[in-house]
Ligand binder design. Structure first.
Ligand code: NAP
Ligand code: ZN
Ligand code: ZN
Length: 353
């Protein structure tokens, strides 16, 4: 049995998002049925709809920053109760048995992870549809608890932008007094600023948008550098212990790597469409390191949410109705985001075609 569900999706690369109807499975014994309240718009949704990475299946229903309420549970699903506020991020299933899954790195499941959209269920053929929809059915192991006190719309972006920035800051030991540079002040960037500042670091924002300077300070940054202005990079050479690069478009990584101190680490989380290049010489001089980081596993995502609950950390959001999503996509591609668009999913009910 399946349930017809109103959703918003794209039928072809770069096509506008329009209402459509998808099928959701009935909850199995370990599943949780979730009524979706809010879903953040990540730039990865935009890349996927544009087929920037060349691997999108259409039609696509994006969305992996999902907050909702539990409305039904399978016989053996005991971790939540009806009415609980829960989150679903990028990962909705994995093999659960391989070394990566057992270590809590489900995104690197050796049998192939199931992402919440544009991915395949464990049967290898059923396409997943994401959170731009009114409900979802997810195995309870992949459902996160949203701590009391966090605003649901502002908590939604934690499920991707939050974990993607929290995880590498933790892994590379961000600590009081560290100099942290955050490149790109969008959804991921503004969460990186909040997390690094909460861990005691001194944060510098490097942005192409001079008009984000005041916001950077409000979010917790000590310094702001407009990267398009002459001399911007030279003034920062050898400064940072950590750089978190969240930029969604190609840019000069060589120049950026000179901003690291000796033994400093440049963490790449932004995933621009074209291949980026990086010269060895700039890294070798100063034993600098470059690292990639891919979201975070389920246990670490729960740890991040609990940390946000303790520290009162949520995203700065513009909540929009479903008919504003295409405009939001256009704005994100211009860097005009303050700092996460979140869809009020109630506006979807009845919109399906
Ligand atoms: P976003 O909200 O659109 O922010 C990206 C920011 O990058 C923009 O606000 C802008 O900041 C800067 N930017 C855009 N174009 C630029 C250009 N041409 N040159 C320099 N800076 C530019 O995007 P997001 O949702 O934070 O996602 C950022 C990237 O991370 C995307 O590529 C996304 O796919 C990727 N991502 C990766 C992971 C992972 O697991 N690694 C997870 C989620 C997302 P300024 O205005 O401040 O310059
Ligand atoms: Zn994302
Ligand atoms: Zn696995």
């Amino acid at each position: 049995m399946t349930r017809k569900t109103p959703a918003l999706g794209a039928r072809a690369a770069k096509a506008p998002l329009t209402p459509l109807t998808i099928d959701r499975r009935d909850p199995g014994s370990h599943d949780v049925g979730i009524e979706i309240l809010y879903c953040g718009i990540c730039h990865s949704d935009v890349h996927k709809v544009n087929n920037d990475w060349g691997n999108t299946h259409f039609p696509i229903v994006p969305g992996h920053e999902i907050v909702g309420r539990v409305v039904s549970r399978g016989r053996s699903a005991s971790r939540t109760r009806d009415g609980d506020l829960v989150g679903v991020g990028c990962i909705v299933d994995s093999c659960r048995a391989c070394p990566a899954c057992r270590a809590g790195h489900e995104m690197f499941c050796e049998k192939g992870v199931t992402f919440s959209f544009d991915s395949f269920e464990r049967d290898g053929k059923t396409l997943t549809y994401g959170g731009y929809s009114t409900n979802m059915v997810v195995d309870e192991r992949y459902v996160l608890r949203v701590p009391n006190g966090l605003d649901p719309a502002r908590a939604a972006p934690l499920l991707c932008a939050g974990i993607t920035t929290y995880s590498p800051l933790r892994r590379f030991g961000c600590k009081p007094g560290d100099q942290v540079g955050v490149v790109g002040l969008g959804g991921l960037g503004h969460m990186a600023v909040k997390f690094a500042a909460s861990m005691g670091a001194e944060v510098t924002v490097l942005s192409t948008s001079r008009d984000k300077e005041k916001d950077a300070a409000r979010l917790g940054a000590k310094r702001f550098v407009a990267t398009k202005e002459p001399g911007a990079f030279e003034s920062l050479e050898g400064t940072f212990d950590l750089i978190v690069d969240t930029v969604s478009a190609p840019h000069d990584l060589d120049k950026q790597s000179t901003l690291l101190r000796s033994f400093g680490t440049m963490i790449l989380v932004g995933l621009p469409p074209a291949g980026s290049r990086l010269d060895a010489a700039g890294l070798i001089h100063g034993n600098r390191r470059v690292a990639g980081s891919n979201i975070g596993g389920i246990a670490e995502t729960q740890e991040m949410l609990d940390y946000c609950g303790q520290h009162g950390i949520v995203a700065d959001v513009e909540t929009i109705a479903v008919d504003q999503v295409n405009d939001a996509y256009a704005r994100m591609q211009r860097g005009d985001v303050h700092y996460r668009f979140v869809i009020d999913v109630a506006s979807l009910a009845g919109a399906a075609a």
